[in-house]
Design a binder for this molecule. Sequence first.
Ligand code: ATP
Ligand code: MG
Length: 427
Amino acid sequence: MNDQIQVIRGMHDILPVDMPVWNQLEDSYRRLAESYGYQQIRTPIVEKTALFQRSIGEVTDIVEKEMYSFSDRNGDSLSLRPENTAGVVRAGLENGLLNDAQLRLWYWGPMFRHERPQKGRYRQFYQLGAETFGMAGADIEAELIFLAERFWNRLGLQGIELQINSLGSSECRNKFRQKLVTYFRDCYQSLDEDSARRLETNPLRILDSKNPEMQSLIDAAPRLIDNLDQQSSEHFSQLTEILDYAGVSYELNPRLVRGLDYYCHTVFEWVTNTLGAQGTVCGGGRYDGLVEQLGGRANTAAGFSMGCERIIAMLIDQDQAHAAKSCDVYLLSRGEQSARVAQKLSESLRDFMPNLSMLVHSGGGSFKSQMRKADKSGARIALILGESEIEAQTVSVKFLREETEQIEIAQVDLPDRLLAWIEQSNI
Ligand code: ATP
Ligand code: MG
């Protein structure tokens, strides 16, 4: 067995036992996003590498060291998507969706980043997200925040806190950049290798550094929020006013810059201290420049994305994960001839009851072993079809989780009786 091929490091199978909580997350998000009028979009998981270079930025962790890039057979450079905003904008432009005045979209899907795998950090991970276009005001940013907060509440999660900051307009970012360069040049000797390099290419990114040795230097650095022009600070106050009015609590985090280049004005993260080092469960903000940067007409935009694995870890930790639901009925048969009749009966039951969840025994075996399988399946009801039942046009019914006698009922009555039993157990 030594030569068994294993899953790629940092990637995970989502096994049947894991699926209920994944479905819970996805269904709940779909319902919520649609209730806010967001429409779903799905884009390919592979895009031209240039798309990510142009949108996320050349000097970001993602593009510099985390992308799965490769040449395809034509020699084109392609990448597995590390995030979905760029793909959504590309698809929006290509399909004329952004010609509409306003657009609200949601997505779900796998993303790929070649990071060092650890708890809450994987090489394939899933994101749920939202992207909006054509709305310049702080009201849409607030809506995105309301939606995320409602999501935590629906999932029954506690302890997720909102942090916000403003990066200001691109003009004030540029001015601030100069200030920051001056500051970090003065303490050049104390910069780590990454930061020294970024000083030349993308100094704002230094603020995003996770290196503990850099933290005191970063703490003392000039703050973006103190360097906003009037329009930018008005925009930001509008957001905080809406949040205050709605009673949404938040913390102003002047060091929040987000890892991607395309953000401006509002940025936000939802963080928890219950997950260890990987505490950010959702990140987002405004990215007005991106549509134009990718070749479209200038357009405003704001969105967020959430890390599914981290949210699922919280659901499990906080005991909010739904348990797997087993099937309702296990249909087994006594004798070879009966198996065929049983299978036909099962199909007609499915015609009557489209929502019936029923396992039909397959593969023969003794009655005893079939009963063992029925028990193991978790089904509440076993339907038994033997030669005598077939002759009498009946079926025997055994309630596997109750201390009741086995009963025999007419096959014609079965759909109605079954419906009643199952409804009863779903109450
Ligand atoms: P981090 O600071 O944790 O690296 P990020 O800023 O790189 O996060 P984003 O690009 O904003 O993350 O992605 C949005 C969300 O996706 C994150 O808040 C996180 O919940 C999740 N996420 C990002 N990278 C990973 C990963 N490698 N594995 C699992 N989840 C991830
Ligand atoms: Mg990251």
